[in-house]
Design a protein around this ligand. Structure first.
Ligand code: UDP
Length: 418
C-alpha cells in the first residue's frame, strides 16, 4: 500500500485542536480521547456528487477532520448517466412528499447502475456509510463483514408511501440508519439514530473574510452594494421555493428599497436545476440578480454582506445554508420546515415564516431595524457555536462507530501477539 507523505510543505489538515477557541479545551480533549480509541479504523463514505449540495459540503470537511484524528476515512462518489440521476432526483422529490411514477424501467435503471458501481467498488472497510437514496441498494451486492449505515439527509416528514415501501426493502438490510431529525423516524427494524449536520468554520464558505475580499468577490459578479442586499443561496430546487423568495422580495419592495441576489449551483446529481434556473432568469431586473455559479468564497462574501438572508424552503432536510449565514451573524428568515425549525428560534436568533406575505413583512422589518438585525445575528452565531460546528458532528459519529462490534474493535481488543 502506498502511504501518504506526512505533512508535505505548504499543506496542512485542520485538526480538532483548531476548534479549541470555539468549543473549549475540555471538549477538544474528550473528542480526541474518543478518536484515539478508534485510531486506525478504516471507514468509507459513499454518496453521489462531489460538489453542490449539503452532503458534499459535509463530507468534504468531515472526512478530513476524521483523517486528521487518525481514523482512515474515505469518500467515494458513484457514477451514473443522466437518466440514472433523473430517476434518483424524482425519488428525492418523492421522499420529500412529491409524486412518482415508479415504473419497472425506472427501477431497472436505478438498480442496474448501482450494481455496476458495486462491481467497481472493492470494499474491505471496518464500517461503510452510504448517503441518501442514490447508492442505497449497494448493500445487496456485498457479503458484509462490517456494519453498513444508511445516512439519509432528506426531509422525510412526508415520504411518498409507494416509494418508501420500495426503498425500505433496501434500508432493512442495513445495520443502522441515521436521519437528521427524530421526526423523520420510520417504521424500520434497524436501529435509528438522529444526527444533525454541522458546518466547518475554516472552510472557504465560512472562514473569516476581510472587507477587501468581500468587496472584490461581489465586484467580480457585478453585485452593486449601494442598497441593502437580500440573499438566498441554494441549489435551484423547487423545495427551496426560489419563486416564493422573488415574490416576497417584490412585495417587500413596495415599502423598502433593496436588491435581491439569488445564487445557486447545479449539482451533478441534480438534473432539474438548470431548467429551474432558466425559468427564474426571466425575472432578472435591476433589483433582482439570479446567478448560477459554484464559488464558495462568493457564497461566503454574500452571506457576510447580506442585510438579510432568506431560506424560504418548504421542505428542508437540515439546511446548511441557514447555519452558514447564522455563523456569520447575519439574520436569517427561514421557512418553517424540517431542520430550519431546529436552527432558528423565531424572534430569538432569526425568523420563521410560512407564507410569502410573512416573509415580505420580515424583510421590511429587518431592513428598517439595524439593532434588531444585530441582536438576531449575535444570537444566531452563538447558536451555531454551541450546536452546529463540525466537531459536534464528528463526536456523534465517533460515538456511533465506537458502538459497533466491528472487526476493528475485535482487532483492537485482541491480546497482544494473539
Ligand atoms: N452551495 C454552494 N453554492 C451555491 C448553493 C449552495 O456552495 O450556489 C452550498 C451551500 O453553501 C451549502 C450547500 O451547498 O454548503 C447546500 O446545503 P443545504 O443543506 O443548504 O442544502 P441541500 O443542497 O443539501 O439541499
Amino acid at each position: 500500500m502506498d502511504t501518504l507523505l506526512a505533512g508535505p510543505a505548504g499543506f496542512a489538515l485542520t485538526s480538532v485542536d483548531a476548534y479549541e477557541p470555539l468549543i473549549g479545551s475540555e471538549a477538544v480533549a474528550r473528542i480526541r480521547r474518543k478518536a484515539d480509541r478508534l485510531r486506525g479504523m478504516h471507514v468509507v463514505n459513499v454518496n453521489s456528487t462531489y460538489y453542490g449540495g449539503g452532503v458534499a459540503t459535509i463530507l468534504s470537511s468531515l472526512t478530513l477532520l476524521m483523517n486528521a484524528a487518525g481514523i482512515r476515512t474515505g469518500w467515494r462518489v458513484i457514477q451514473g448517466r443522466p437518466d440514472f440521476f433523473s430517476i434518483t432526483k424524482k425519488m428525492h422529490n418523492a421522499l420529500q412528499g412529491g409524486e412518482i411514477n415508479l415504473s419497472r424501467i425506472k427501477r431497472e435503471i436505478y438498480e442496474s447502475v448501482v450494481f455496476e458501481n458495486a462491481v467497481r467498488m472493492h470494499l474491505a472497510h471496518d464500517a461503510v456509510i452510504i448517503h441518501d437514496p442514490q447508492p442505497l441498494p449497494l448493500i445487496r451486492h456485498f457479503r458484509r463483514q462490517a456494519p453498513w449505515i444508511w445516512r439519509c439527509h432528506v426531509d422525510l416528514s412526508h415520504p411518498n408511501a409507494e416509494l418508501w415501501a420500495y426503498l425500505a426493502g433496501f434500508v432493512e438490510q442495513y445495520d443502522a440508519v441515521v436521519f437528521s431529525l427524530p421526526e423523520y423516524a420510520q417504521k424500520l427494524t434497524p436501529p435509528q439514530r438522529f444526527i444533525m449536520p454541522a458546518i466547518d468554520p475554516f472552510a472557504t464558505t465560512n472562514r473569516d473574510l476581510p472587507e477587501s475580499e468581500i468587496a472584490a468577490r461581489l465586484k467580480h459578479y457585478d453585485i452593486p452594494t449601494d442598497l441593502p442586499l437580500v440573499v438566498q443561496v441554494s441549489r435551484f430546487d423547487k423545495w427551496k421555493d426560489p419563486q416564493g423568495v422573488i415574490d416576497a422580495f417584490r412585495l417587500a419592495r413596495r415599502e423598502v428599497d433593496a436588491r435581491l441576489v439569488l445564487v445557486g449551483n447545479v449539482a451533478t446529481d441534480d438534473p432539474e436545476g438548470q431548467a429551474i434556473f432558466e425559468s427564474l432568469c426571466r425575472q432578472h431586473d435591476d433589483r433582482i440578480r439570479i446567478l448560477s455559479v459554484q464559488d464558495s468564497a462568493f457564497v461566503n462574501a454574500l452571506q457576510r454582506r447580506a442585510a438579510v438572508v432568506l431560506q424560504k424552503s418548504t421542505r428542508e432536510g437540515f439546511g446548511l445554508t441557514v447555519t452558514e449565514a447564522m455563523w456569520k451573524g447575519t439574520p436569517v428568515i427561514g421557512g418553517r420546515a424540517g431542520g430550519i425549525r431546529h436552527q432558528i428560534e423565531d424572534g430569538v436568533n432569526g425568523f420563521l415564516v410560512e407564507t410569502v406575505p410573512q416573509a415580505a413583512a420580515r424583510i421590511v422589518q429587518l431592513l428598517a431595524d439595524a439593532p434588531l438585525r444585530a441582536r438576531l445575528g449575535a444570537g444566531a452565531r452563538e447558536t451555531v457555536r454551541e450546536r452546529f460546528l463540525m466537531t459536534r458532528l464528528m463526536e456523534e459519529w465517533l460515538d456511533l462507530l465506537g458502538g459497533f462490534e466491528t472487526r476493528f474493535q475485535l482487532r483492537a481488543n485482541a491480546p497482544a501477539g494473539g
